[in-house]
Write a protein that binds this ligand. Sequence first.
Ligand code: 5GP
Length: 114
Amino acid sequence: MAEPSIFSRIIAREIPATIVLETDRVIAFNDIAPQAPVHIVVTPKTEQYRDVVELAAGDPELLAELVATARQLADEHANGDFRLVFNTGADAGQTVFHVHAHVLAGHGGLGEDT
Ligand code: 5GP
């Protein structure tokens, strides 16, 4: 068995994080190295999907729940506008291979230094 991902360890409360939302299937917590005034990671509790492409093929409803959660978080923590980033693959900056979205808010859009 592979080691649990860092996010599975947060879900299991083995390592601390500031959890801002949790449902049966999804959890959201503040990123440890924020790249924007609001930077929240939203991830499924299951570790079975490595990236958004696998998730979209395997469980589109769960992907839709991630997006709906991002909407809710942006309403609760910013003015409702947000960027949703799924780094996909190591060369694109993905470091945790447990699918997750970055919800970024609180500044302008693409082209900012984030
Ligand atoms: P990726 O680079 O895979 O798209 O995103 C992984 C994100 O997880 C990074 O933004 C990184 O800062 C965040 N991260 C990594 N380890 C931890 C941790 O232990 N706690 C929290 N809250 N965030 C983490």
